[in-house]
Design a protein around this ligand. Structure first.
Ligand SMILES: CC(C)(COP(=O)(O)OP(=O)(O)OC[C@H]1O[C@@H](n2cnc3c(N)ncnc32)[C@H](O)[C@@H]1OP(=O)(O)O)[C@@H](O)C(=O)NCCC(=O)NCCS
Length: 175
């Protein structure tokens, strides 16, 4: 599915684009580094990016020899509800607004697909991600006890997207 409205104006010349098969090895390497207790298997990324209800992007920065993937994010959007499937920024690039840009993109994309709310799970021991979500319109609505493989609770958070959801029949070209 064509993605709408990718992030622009990112720090450090970073660019956003749709995740492709070619990105999966680099994304998987970051995944294992950033989610040591519950990394997705490599073939899960393949299944995710080829599923029509999903939308995945990567952020990359220029290097001497080409480009390097520094972050990624993905959503699932079915009927009126979307989920943040994953969001990650490499530690060397944290604190430059990439996380926020990825999260904003997921909300815009979900709203463009007709979602009226976004849900996500975040580890109870991950205050950094919780802060990102709290500062961007998410509220905790539930706790799932021992949700993660290592027994840590998941906080379930929700953001209302109804103010972003396009009115049916309206396009950005309407006057
Ligand atoms: C969570 C994560 C995506 C944030 O990415 P990021 O690029 O650093 O995020 P940003 O630079 O956009 O910062 C957004 C917010 O993070 C929070 N934040 C930044 N630095 C922080 C710190 N040192 N401690 C706590 N919170 C911090 C702030 O709320 C910040 O907002 P502000 O800049 O308005 O103050 C990134 O740290 C990450 O990938 N972590 C590992 C994987 C992970 O935990 N993913 C989330 C799974 S639910």
């Amino acid at each position: 599915m064509l993605l709408t409205d990718l992030p622009t104006g990112l720090a450090g010349g970073a660019r956003a684009r749709e995740m492709t098969l070619h990105d999966i090895p680099a994304v998987y390497a970051l995944e294992m580094q950033l989610f040591p207790a519950d990394a997705w298997p490599l073939d899960m990324f393949l299944a995710e990016i080829t599923h029509e209800t999903r939308g995945y992007i990567v952020l990359e920065t220029p290097t001497d020899t080409g480009t390097q993937v520094i972050g990624y994010a993905g959503l699932m959007s079915v009927a009126d509800t979307a989920d943040v499937q994953t969001i990650a920024v490499t530690p060397a690039c944290e604190g430059r607004g990439y996380g926020r840009a990825l999260l904003d993109f997921l909300a815009r994309e979900a709203a463009a697909r007709g979602a009226e709310q976004m849900l996500l799970e975040v580890r109870a021991d991950n205050p950094r991600a919780q802060n990102l979500y709290l500062k961007n319109g998410y509220q905790q609505i539930h706790v799932r006890r021992r949700y993660y493989n290592d027994g840590v609770d998941a906080l379930i958070m929700r953001r209302d997207l109804t103010e972003m959801t396009p009115v049916q029949g309206e396009t950005s070209h309407d006057r």
